[in-house]
Design a protein. Sequence first.
Length: 431
Amino acid sequence: MFPVLWLCGPPGVGKTSVAWELYSHLVRTGIESCFVDIDQLGICYPEPAGDPGRHRMKARNVDAVLAGFRAAGARCLIVSGVVDPACGVHVDQIPQAAVTVCRLRADREVLRQRFTGRGGPAELVDEVLREADALDASTFADACVDTSGLLVDEVARRVGERTGGWPASALDRPADAPEPSAVTAAGRSSATARAEPSAELPVLWLCGATGVGKSTVGFEVYRRVLRTGATAAYLDLDQLGFCRPVPDDPAHHRLKARNLAAVWRTYRAAGAQCLIMSGPVEDEATVTAYAEALPATEITLCRLHAGRQHLTERIMSRGQGGSWAQPGDPLRGQSGTHLRHVADRAVASAAGLEDAGIGDLRIDTDGHTVEQVADAITADAALSGRLSRCFVRATEVPPVAARPMGSIAAAPAAVPAMPSASPTESSPAGR
């Protein structure tokens, strides 16, 4: 069985920060490890009627990506994110894993301050505290750590203590082969296999240099598609590739493509009619690798472009926290010198992509709001005839208030015609 440590708890308790610290520590000590933020494995709406909160969907996607991580050499997985307050993790959906659940908690006033301090809407505070109370009354976790007044590294240390030194105890046991129960070696359930489409389904892929706004714009397009009533999914490709080390796959494209295919099958089984995804592209070979992982789809690659000034401004803003709390963000908190080096590389990357003519569409983001760029994408894609009716209908959605490029996108719960989402869910922006 594959060792999995799942950190759960209410919003503001520190799940993602602590999980990333644990993941980074394992990598530093030479243990091949991987990480996923569970919110990133459940952005598919409207949610199935029989799966409120999409907890079973998310658990199935954990099982789906395990095969890819295992093939990349990982020996354990850390998961951060919300769970069903009533029953915890749906371990029956993860037959390949030996799951250890550690619940993080904090005092009510601490949660209130953390949630609003990170930009959480004040009107959701009561809901956050109700969720915290429900979790405090639960009994499903294997361990619990109070994070009140503690720094991230101290919480991570206590998690290790309370879980018996995980993953050492699990890694000491002989490794089992993946179990063939409901999931095959490719991470493909029988229910998912039945969901394979008979016609090609549309995929819109937003690419471009670091700081160009891939995730910000991609998520805005996704919100528009949802407001048409279509069932749609969104994926940030980088969130599928947190696994180190992978020496024979330095950009992790092979790993991310495999995990993309596995997660997309789950979304198809949930009724998804289209996929919007964001992620980097270096060359045509990269495009081909992902296209081969998504049979029975028609990919439209949209390259966003920006000049030096705008790329530098956005990268500097990300370094100062002017974006969503992206798990593993390589820019947040970095020095000005480092960020300027990143900006120089981004400018060079943008020039290389421009020279190579990468993409079916090319949209300039300089001087435009998120909404204006999304308008240009949906209009151009609709006119080109590459995308299905669900994207054409997205051009008919009334615009919302304009936001500058690189601003933080609203959480999924803000999307009309979509069931209310947990306030814990993160949304992509500013990349």
